[in-house]
Design a binder for this molecule. Structure first.
Ligand code: IMO
Ligand code: MG
Length: 421
């Protein structure tokens, strides 16, 4: 049996929560492999909406085991709040969720460092979610981090204070006001809550599942264009968001990668700073934001919006080895007379269909125009009822990427989903 992987092909917020929740019917195990509470995965079902940050999106499915892998960073306080809110809905979270002992912890001082360094960057700030993601991964790769398994060690508190002291020294370089014990009491309490969960050697668990023919679905956070290596560096997150990251973040071998579901929106959004070649600034931008409710699920920030960028999408398809494309929020484009897709970039008057190493130069997108369908897609439940203009939009994407669009989402609800043959 294999691990199938679901990941975002853009700058995050593609709708991974809805799709993982949808696909979860077929998988007994759902596992998060990277990122942390910077993620905001929204689920809508039976008149309920829920935003998940650290917990995998299979948590609302009875009989589904959810795993937080070693590649994830966990803020115990956010984790506790999230789990208690899920428990309040009658879901037995502790029975359905297991956590890798190798996952790293986000300390209160990681969040302070995140805020201080963003402030120091001034106009070149990343637009971080300020959840302490980058400082936590810095400590992981710098071999200073504290892992989930460490909370069971007798000297855990000493380790915590030793790392906190290092952070306070580091913070001296910044002109930033904070209280050294900010958030500490809550954090220590939340560690007690975390101890009540099943803390496991998740790499053994995942590989045992595969040997027992139990399929696993790996749930990515963020998106390919925010990847630490392949994203628009330095305007990226601090983890490997591409398919290879699933192997690292869960501990299964590359030979076990099965299907790779690549999720993209029918247009583009980005939250935070950094290059966005097809970004719109006018009425069309506002229309996309309003119709798509494009406000951050984690931070509430308005998202930047623009047309679909096929140059970037093809790049993401190559990096991930996508086998199945999933197109989200198609209905948001319903009202447009003309819809555009960028097929190339012009950089210094040179035409290219590749994402360059550095896209800080002015990039002028070259567009192909499509006639809008001007019909309400949200009520359509059968592929044959889709408007011809919409079908040609999809066909163009399939021809260009060489990958079939298997699932089309026409609204936030589980029911508003069409599976294509
Ligand atoms: P999901 O999983 C959209 C962005 C931030 C910022 C950059 C770095 O919901 O798709 P970080 O806090 O990671 O240091 O911020 O990455 N970012 C996201 N944008 N969706 C996300 O997650 C994101 N997680 C991080 O806005 O630009
Ligand atoms: Mg998000």
């Amino acid at each position: 049996m294999n691990v199938d992987v679901v990941l975002g092909l853009q700058w995050g917020d593609e709708g991974k929560g809805k799709i993982v929740d949808y696909l979860a019917q077929k998988y007994p195990v759902i596992a998060r492999f990277q990122g942390g509470p910077n993620a905001g995965h929204s689920l809508h079902f039976e008149d309920t909406s829920f935003v998940l940050h650290s917990v995998p999106s299979g948590i609302f499915r009875k009989d589904t085991v959810n795993v937080i892998g070693n590649g994830v960073v966990i803020d115990p306080v956010i984790f506790e709040e999230e789990c208690r809110a899920i428990e309040a809905l009658g879901v037995p979270v502790r029975e359905r969720l297991m956590i890798s002992k190798r996952a790293h912890l986000i300390l209160p001082t990681h969040r302070i460092i995140d805020a201080a360094s963003e402030q120091a960057k001034g106009s070149s700030r990343i637009g971080s979610t300020l959840k302490g993601i980058s400082p936590a991964y810095m400590d992981k790769t710098g071999r200073n981090g504290i892992r989930v398994g460490d909370i069971l060690a007798p000297d855990f508190e000493e380790r915590f204070h030793a790392l906190k002291s290092k952070h306070l020294v580091f913070l001296q370089q910044f002109d930033y006001k904070y209280h050294p014990d900010q958030g500490q009491d809550k954090w220590i309490q939340a560690i007690d809550y975390l101890r009540e969960f099943k803390l496991i050697d998740a790499e053994y668990y995942i590989n045992d599942c595969l040997h027992k023919d139990m399929p696993v679905l790996a749930e990515g956070a963020q998106g390919a264009l925010l990847d630490i290596d392949f994203g628009s560096y330095p305007y990226v997150t601090s983890s490997s968001t591409t398919c290879a990251g699933a192997c690292i973040g869960l501990g299964f071998p590359p030979s076990r990668v099965g299907k790779v579901y690549g999720i993209f929106k029918a247009y583009c959004t980005r939250v935070g700073s950094g290059p966005f070649p097809t970004e719109l600034f006018d009425r069309e931008s506002d229309l996309l934001r309003e119709r798509g409710k494009e406000f951050g699920a984690t931070t509430g920030r308005p998202r930047r919006t623009g047309w679909l960028d096929l140059v970037a999408l093809k790049y993401a398809v190559i990096l991930n080895g996508v086998t199945d494309l999933i197109m989200m929020k198609s209905d948001v484009l319903d009202g447009f007379d003309t819809i555009k897709i960028a097929t190339a970039y012009k950089i210094n008057d040179i035409l290219t269909d590749r994402v360059p190493y550095d896209i800080h130069f002015p990039v002028v997108p070259v567009y192909k125009e499509f006639r809008g369908w001007k019909k309400d897609l949200t009520k359509i439940s059968c592929e044959k009822d889709l408007p011809a203009e919409f079908a040609s939009y999809i066909r163009f994407i399939e021809n260009e990427t060489g990958v079939p669009v298997r699932i089309i989402s026409l609204g936030p609800d589980r029911e508003q989903t069409i599976i294509r043959k």
